[in-house]
Each structure stands twice: as structure tokens, then as C-alpha cells.
Design a protein around this ligand. Structure first.
Ligand SMILES: [Zn+2]
Length: 259
């Protein structure tokens, strides 16, 4: 019986897509939520295109079991005008100043409070990342199947305001763990469709925004086009390293030829 509905904030990115795939294998109803941000760079469009392709592929998986409801869309602008909560904003500012926490968590909290739901946030563990530093201030408890929530009594009020609704189902995974689970299950072709860039240039990853830089640092640079890698190395003063990488096969080839 599909009497269980799981709400999930799905962005079409690596982490939340991984959770979408996991959920798709369960006998449940999935209600994806998507917040349209005030972004001029075409981030939303690229994410939504990716999500359309991902959904098609998820439905073809041999263990696909869930019912996936149509995505519910909300606008960032509407959330912060209609469902505004000063406490949530203060809590966000506190952790933003301290650890550079992203502002999407304000919209998610205000929306979840308004809808009166608990919702999953697909966040992986990056040791010493901004989330890790923020989360360490509170106490996470396992509510079953490795899904974590903050202990509302033993966590500071700022964390409670921002994350009281949130279930973290994949916080015990690192990016590499996720990759190996996906490889074992044959999900990598779906994961390759995920979108990560916040400021795409002509519809392609930019190489400059935080997620692009993370992709480069975490060994996923193959997902960026040549121009984006060039931008990354150029702006990070790593151009010499980049040139060496490009030309070293050529130099080795020429050296071997001379011998
Ligand atoms: Zn980017």
C-alpha cells in the first residue's frame, strides 16, 4: 500500500538526485519540491531540463516502484514575501556569517513551515564543509534507516529554526560513497545527467561558481567543458599546471620520438 508520502527538496543536483533514485526503489509516494530562485544565469532552466531527463530514466529502472507526483514549484520571491519568518532569517544570517551557509535553507524552512511538512534534504557529508561545521553545533539523531534529524531539545535555537522540519537521509554518505553505490547499482548514467553549475555560460557549466570549483577539486572535472576548465585554472592561478597537463603528453611524445 502506497500510503506513505515522502517530501523531498529536489534540485536536479548530485545529492538530491541520488536520494530521488533511492526513493524511487521504495513502495512509497514521492512528492518532489522545487524552489525557483531569483537567478539570472539560467540555473533554474538547466536544472529543470536535467530533472526532466532524470525522471524519464528513473522510471525505466528495473526496480522502480514508487509513485512520483508531479513536482511542486514555488518561487523564492513568493516564499520570502508570503511565508516570511524573521527567526529563520536571523538564524540563516547567524550561520551565513559564521560558516557561509547558503540562503536556500531559508526558503526551504519557510516553505516547509508553511506547508507544515517534514521534508528530506539530500545533503552529503563533506568533512569540514560549511554544512558539517554548522551541523556540529547541534545534535543529530537517527530516526531510522540512517535518516537523521536534529534533536530539537539539544540543539541551539538557530539550528532548530532553520532545520526543525528537515530529514537528512544521506548525511552518512560522502561524495565517493554515493558514487560507489551508484556504480554498484548501475545508476551512474542517471547521475551524469545531474546539474551542478550556479552560473552557466551559454547553457554549460562555468568553471567559476562554488559547485563547479567543488567538481574540479573532487575529481569530477571531466564533467566540465574545456572552456570551463580553462576559466577555473586561469582564475585560480593554476594556468601553468593546466598547460603542463595539456602539453605533458605532447612533450613525452616528442621526447620519446627523439630517442
Ligand atoms: Zn559553475
Amino acid at each position: 500500500m502506497k500510503d506513505k508520502t515522502v517530501y523531498i527538496f529536489w534540485s536536479g543536483g548530485w545529492d538530491s538526485t541520488f536520494r530521488m533514485i533511492q526513493l524511487s526503489q521504495m513502495d512509497i509516494t514521492i512528492q518532489p519540491l522545487y524552489v525557483i530562485s531569483e537567478c539570472l544565469y539560467g540555473k533554474n532552466e538547466n536544472e529543470l531540463i536535467a530533472m526532466g531527463k532524470i525522471l524519464e530514466k528513473i522510471k525505466l529502472l528495473k526496480d522502480f516502484k514508487a509513485t512520483i507526483n508531479p513536482i511542486s514549484f514555488y518561487k523564492e520571491k513568493d516564499i520570502i514575501t508570503q511565508y516570511f519568518e524573521q527567526e529563520v532569517k536571523n538564524a540563516y544570517q547567524f550561520y551565513h556569517e559564521k560558516y557561509k551557509l547558503g540562503n536556500q535553507y531559508t526558503w526551504f524552512a519557510m516553505l516547509a513551515h508553511h506547508l507544515n511538512i517534514k521534508a528530506e534534504l539530500g545533503i552529503e557529508k563533506i568533512i569540514e564543509g560549511k554544512i558539517d561545521k554548522t551541523f556540529k553545533e547541534g545534535k543529530l539523531i537517527d530516526i531510522g534507516e540512517n535518516r537523521l534529524m536534529f534533536d530539537l531539545k539539544k540543539s541551539p535555537k538557530e539550528l532548530v529554526s532553520l532545520f526543525d522540519y528537515a530529514i537528512f537521509p544521506i548525511y552518512h554518505y560522502s561524495k565517493l560513497d554515493i558514487r560507489s553505490v551508484c556504480e554498484q547499482n548501475g545508476w551512474m548514467d542517471i547521475m551524469e545527467l545531474t546539474w551542478f553549475c550556479h552560473k552557466p555560460i551559454k547553457g554549460k557549466p562555468c568553471g567559476l561558481c562554488n559547485p563547479c570549483r567543488d567538481a574540479m577539486k573532487e575529481g569530477m572535472g571531466y564533467r566540465l567543458p574545456f572552456e570551463a576548465k580553462l576559466r577555473y585554472y586561469w582564475y585560480n592561478n593554476k594556468i601553468r599546471e593546466f598547460l603542463r597537463k595539456i602539453f605533458s603528453p605532447l612533450l613525452t611524445f616528442l621526447k620519446n620520438k627523439q630517442k
